[in-house]
Design a protein around this ligand. Structure first.
Ligand code: BGC
Length: 488
């Protein structure tokens, strides 16, 4: 609501005037001070505020306590794959500094933390004999979080596949990896769900399959034909379904399970009813290979027609497994990917070309579209009838520079967060069932192929000294959390 709307107008809008309780004098007094819009910027009282990280990006301790190599160790150590020639051997040394890092989370006022478990720490060979020392690290971390009043949200796969599985069966090219993932998931459920009540199976199938198996940009660096890429994606969907079953079988009662996906983010170019409908269709079709098959239990006709001879091979039984019911859906939201308008051509939408001058953050791929935080959960909840959605990642890189007196004024990140959170608040106010938000990321870390050059943290990390320093955005986020509202 604009600030020049008077309290009386506001009362009228809110239906309060009808109560007839305000005298003219009181109303006149209220007129003197324009109403602020605070009341309209609140998040739901039980909204979960958190931050997110992933194992390979922060842990380091690459050889500590029997951890096996992952595909990212091998990939980052091969020359020419990572822009700054770095790797995750040490990263933020979180493996040894987790207690300090839990304190950073606490200082933000976060009540939740989303981290990932390194599969090769628990199963250095991918399957077979577990490594109890690997599990111990997560026991320590979870206990430390709980002792500090922070609820753990654990992701089982954030891209660090045991190298042994890559070598033995070809990683996600084989359904054997899906079976190994289910065993690993069941093991984690057995040992951690007495304390970890929310588990994400897979993070961003929509990135690690095309980038790792199609484009050769991410580990394991393969450039396979489309049919094999589609098959690998199918194996990940299967792994998710098998893991859901394993977690339900081995986990404690009350364990909730879902996935975290970089959904292809569709936005109606202009929000007419026709374009909104088109954006719904686009959301379903452009996510047909993963989210939709999980949530609907079938590949859409348009997806199968588009894939043609490259379509994945699957059985009805597999589709049933893939569609094992989930308790929530996690959406990673960064850039708008498809501005959509209605079309007469089946299936009913067109994606508009993106102008070269469309604004973006310091990472060129990170286009600025705050409305994505409104439309994406709204459209997803509508088409898949979702009751619980989490924004499992949102954030931005910035060319953060530290001033001589040790400050990082990341005003661009604050701008980004303020705008995205404003749109998210709009969604929650309209009843879109977003239950929590995990800011990416707690601290600067190993940003995959960009190495340490792209910084996504709200804590700055000096990678020479491992000193963490809160950026301006950390103060901003602390303030939002404390008020449970977006105040400007
Ligand atoms: C990933 C993170 C990554 C972030 C920023 C997401 O795609 O899940 O691991 O650091 O985006 O690029």
């Amino acid at each position: 609501m604009p600030n020049d709307v008077s309290r009386r107008d506001f009362a009228k809008l809110a239906g309060l005037a009808a109560l007839g309780t305000s005298s003219d004098a009181a109303a006149a007094k209220a007129e003197e001070r324009p109403v602020t819009n605070d009341i309209l910027r609140q998040f739901p009282h039980d909204f979960v505020w958190g931050t997110a990280t992933s194992s390979y990006q922060i842990e380091g301790g690459a050889q500590a306590d029997g951890r096996g190599p992952s595909i990212w160790d091998v990939f980052s150590h091969a020359q020419g794959n990572i822009e700054d020639g770095s790797n995750g051997d040490v990263a933020c040394d979180h493996y040894h500094r987790y207690k300090d890092d839990v304190r950073l989370i606490k200082e933000l006022g976060c009540k939740a933390y989303r981290f990932s478990i390194a599969w090769p720490r628990l199963f250095p060979d991918g399957d077979g004999r577990p490594n109890p020392k690997g599990l111990d690290f997560y026991n320590r971390l979870v206990d430390e979080l709980l002792a500090n009043g922070i609820t753990p949200y654990a992701t089982l796969y954030h891209w660090d596949l045991p190298q042994a599985l890559q070598e033995r069966v070809g990683g996600w090219r084989s359904a054997d990896t899906a079976k190994a993932f289910a065993d690993y998931s069941g093991y984690v459920a057995e040992h951690l769900t007495d304390r970890v009540k929310t588990v994400f199976t897979v993070n961003e199938c929509g990135r690690f399959i095309p980038f790792g198996y199609g484009l050769g940009i991410d580990a394991p660096g393969l450039k396979l034909p489309q049919a094999e890429v589609n098959q690998a994606r199918h194996h990940v969907a299967l792994a998710h379904g098998l893991a859901v079953q394993a977690i339900r079988a081995k986990g404690r009662a009350g364990t909730r399970v879902g996935m975290a996906e970089n959904i292809t983010a569709c936005v109606p170019a202009i929000d007419t009813p026709e374009n909104i409908r088109a954006a719904e269709i686009a959301t379903r079709e452009l996510n047909a290979g993963f989210l939709n098959v999980i949530l609907e239990g079938r590949y859409t006709d348009a997806f199968l027609a588009w894939a043609g001879k490259d379509a994945p091979r699957f059985t009805a039984e597999e589709l049933k497994t893939i569609a094992a019911p989930v308790d929530f859906v996690g959406l990673n939201i960064y850039a708008p990917q498809a501005y959509v308008v209605a079309s007469d051509r089946a299936p009913g939408f067109d994606v508009l070309p993106m102008p070269a001058s469309f604004p973006h953050m310091s990472s060129p791929w990170l286009r600025i579209g705050p409305e994505t935080a409104y439309w994406v959960p709204r459209l997803a909840a509508k088409i898949w009838n979702l009751k619980t959605v989490y924004i499992t990642e949102n954030g931005t890189s910035s060319d953060d520079q530290m001033t001589p007196d040790g400050k990082v004024h990341d005003l661009d990140r604050v701008m980004y967060l303020r705008n995205y959170l404003g749109q998210l608040q709009r969604a929650t106010a309209e009843g879109v069932p977003v239950k929590g938000y995990f800011l990416w990321s707690l601290m600067d870390n190993f940003e995959w192929v960009f190495g340490y050059r792209q910084r996504f943290g709200i804590y700055h990390v000096d990678f020479d000294t491992q000193v963490r320093t809160p950026k301006l955005s950390a103060s901003f986020y602390r303030h939002v959390i404390a008020k449970n509202a977006l105040l400007v």
